[in-house]
Ligand binder design. Sequence first.
Ligand SMILES: Nc1nc2c(c(=O)[nH]1)N[C@H]1C(S)=C(S)[C@@H](COP(=O)(O)OP(=O)(O)OC[C@H]3O[C@@H](n4cnc5c(=O)[nH]c(N)nc54)[C@H](O)[C@@H]3O)O[C@H]1N2
Ligand SMILES: Nc1nc2c(c(=O)[nH]1)N[C@H]1C(S)=C(S)[C@@H](COP(=O)(O)OP(=O)(O)OC[C@H]3O[C@@H](n4cnc5c(=O)[nH]c(N)nc54)[C@H](O)[C@@H]3O)O[C@H]1N2
Ligand code: SF4
Ligand SMILES: [Mo]
Length: 678
Amino acid sequence: MPELHSVCPLDCPDRCSLDVTVEAERVVSITGSRVNPLTDGFICAKVRDFPRRVYGPDRLLHPMRRTGPKGSGRFEAISWDAAIGSIARTFEAIRREFGGEAILPFSYGGSNGLLTQGTTDERLFRSIGASRLARTVCAAPTGAASDALYGKMASVDFPDFAQARFIIIWGANPKHSNIHLMPYLKAAREAGGRVALIDPRRTMSERYVDMHLPVYPGTDGAVALAMIGHLDRIGRADRGFLERHTAGWEKLLERARAYPLERAAALARVEARDIAAIAEAYAGAEPALIRCGWGLERNRNGEAAVAAVLALPSVAGKFGVPGGGYALSSSSVYQVDDERLVGAPEARTRIINMNRLGRTLLEEKAPPVKALFVYNCNPAVTVPDQNRILEGLRREDLFTVVFDQVITDTAAYADVLLPATTFLEHTELSTSYGTYTVMLAEPVIPPVGEAKSNEEVFGLILRGMGIDDPRPRGEALLREALAAIGGPLAGAGPPTDARAPASDGADRLERLRRDRILPFDFPGSRPVQFGTVFPRTADRRADLWPAALGPDPYAVLDDPGDADHPLALISPATDRTISSTLGEFNHSEVRLEMHPRDADARGLRDGQVVRVHNGLGEVRVLLKINPDLRPGVVYLPKGIWGRHTRNGRVGTALVPDTVSAVSGGACFNDARVEVGPV
Ligand SMILES: Nc1nc2c(c(=O)[nH]1)N[C@H]1C(S)=C(S)[C@@H](COP(=O)(O)OP(=O)(O)OC[C@H]3O[C@@H](n4cnc5c(=O)[nH]c(N)nc54)[C@H](O)[C@@H]3O)O[C@H]1N2
Ligand SMILES: Nc1nc2c(c(=O)[nH]1)N[C@H]1C(S)=C(S)[C@@H](COP(=O)(O)OP(=O)(O)OC[C@H]3O[C@@H](n4cnc5c(=O)[nH]c(N)nc54)[C@H](O)[C@@H]3O)O[C@H]1N2
Ligand code: SF4
Ligand SMILES: [Mo]
């Protein structure tokens, strides 16, 4: 049986290379390969099970048209011609009556590559003058803060964790969301390194973690400032590094003085001495590294919290050695020249923040949204304020197209459903947001049913609307996408900060088809922060008081809770789904997790059905008592579907559509709730 090469494009930092076994044009098994050395032959259970999505009962096989009320999920199959015709005609009519901005494209994390998103789709929506989407549901605050402080500097790569002697895992859960980091964490500990976890939950046992600071959600900014202030007071601030490589550090130190250990400890509901102990262990170890995750960004304070955490390695002088510095996202290093793929921006239409989808559908008047085109996304369960979104999706005068691989909770509200191919059936050029690889996945099986790729479908709609689009397609688009990568890919000339692709793509494509992976050269295959890579700013300095983050870049905002809703609800990633992807066969019912003390205070028992509620909605679920969660915090998994709870609502029904101060990021962990019996 042939073993074919593929690449996992799911929204995960690991970007695994895969071996796919195919028999009679059917996928039989998927395993990890060694093309990407980080994959090292193993992958998660989710993607090993991916054939259950490809051939499962929820797979969309044909274009369909709604036959029942919105949300009922009743559809009948139609032809591609009929589907494209109805979309083209409806878009045309809406454009004539309300203008192009009445059409809203809605997309996010379905496939992480350069072909399925931001190419032909972008051409279509620009051509018709649609509203533009601020794609802020994830990574907006972390991106804003890291760009502001360190100007798109490359992040520490996973293998260098093995060299660190002290590692802080801050608001990240690699055991579920970044499993290929785990071997390097283990190696660091086996070599005598220590690991601290800063997270409201104890997500890793003593086998992996030496110290745990169970901060209350949204208080990381105060904790990091307190650490900075403490290091300064005990003479562990590296003034040599700060003077040579940073600007604005005096103001930062002054700001940090406003957060003595006791003040931060009271806000974060932890012990002052535990904050001090982590700061001192960090300062005393060499190399020392911070893995900053995405858990701490998901609140109104997001940018300030991430900025304060990322300032720590500058203050403590931890840069300049392999295994020292910080790891966050690697995506800015690819320096993809989008204009090369879609042309220069044309009309500047309005921008809609995706985190306010519900309110936009219900309240926006100038013009109202009359057509919604959802692809690479499942907003009915993944975007804040689920009840407003569902109410908006029920609008009889809204024309909704959902283009997906399976019948998601969002798809149930579609007027027209379009079947999408999976990564096993189409071509994708994958980059990574965790590490440094470019890989190509070409189809290993033909499309299942009548499914089509994003590129094909947006091309069909362009044609259906009579729009002549001269941009490259197919193999030419693939070459163009490769050429658009401006980062330090090996064999593409000397590493350069200029956005000047040193290639027409053909040479890279040839090399990629031969080697299956394009390596980087920083120089060296992995970056050393302030050694081989620097902030991509004119003076190559870090800006520790960046104007881009507003007048007070480290502002600590008050907790959004009140006496009626005293519990913080968090809903981070789990090992069962990637966001909501694969939730269709994760049929097990979910549970709300709660600390025993909070359960006792409410007279609640393990296994009973509870109501989790606030002013936005309620979720009815089974209760699980879990002492690994800190008191005052309850937990529901991210990415669950309506079918996984008792009342068809998920965590996002309790999440406000307020957005973070600087970048408009989602505030999932600002949900404040009360829990009671049903
Ligand atoms: N298996 C799997 N892997 C995934 C995903 C998935 O759904 N499943 N999703 C992918 C995506 S889209 C992303 S963005 C990444 C996210 O990956 P992570 O960076 O791991 O982010 P989260 O899962 O949101 O949360 C991480 C941790 O932050 C904690 N946390 C919550 N609030 C706070 C806070 O205020 N402060 C601190 N210090 N900690 C807090 C949570 O308890 C959680 O353990 O993972 C990717 N990988
Ligand atoms: N409660 C709570 N919710 C959260 C979060 C949280 O912390 N708490 N975090 C959020 C985060 S980090 C993120 S990134 C978002 C992600 O939210 P979404 O972007 O909604 O991600 P998914 O749920 O994975 O949905 C992606 C959809 O794209 C489809 N798809 C995949 N490939 C293709 C393709 O090639 N073509 C087409 N047309 N469709 C495709 C998949 O089948 C899937 O249904 O969710 C957020 N939701
Ligand atoms: S989801 Fe992540 S760990 Fe699983 S196969 Fe894909 S890249 Fe690898
Ligand atoms: Mo995400």
